[in-house]
Design a protein around this ligand. Structure first.
Ligand code: FES
Length: 88
């Protein structure tokens, strides 16, 4: 990418569903929903689970530990026990 404010995390075609990546020392998850790429923190705000190991259902990522859910578009929690938003 040519813009100095952006960093390349992965090739777009490498994001088939959900993948984890490390970008500038931060763990992130990348999601492909209907051809649009979204990014959030990879670590669930409820615990230490990696969301890249979860289940992507539309715009929601389900945590593999306790099935909390987040909207990948803005990181907001959509199902308990997740209560705090992810950075997106
Ligand atoms: S660790 Fe993710 S919902 Fe509990």
């Amino acid at each position: 990418m040519t813009d100095a404010n952006w960093l390349d995390a992965a090739a777009e075609d490498a994001v088939f569903d959900v993948i984890g990546a490390v970008l500038a020392g931060c763990e992130i998850s990348l999601y492909n929903v209907e051809g649009h790429i979204h990014a959030t923190d990879n670590i669930c705000t409820h615990g230490q689970a990696r969301l890249c190991d979860g289940f992507l259902d539309g715009f929601e990522i389900e945590c593999p530990h306790h099935q909390g859910r987040f909207d990948v578009r803005d990181g907001s929690p959509t199902c308990e026990p997740a209560k705090r938003a992810l950075r997106s």
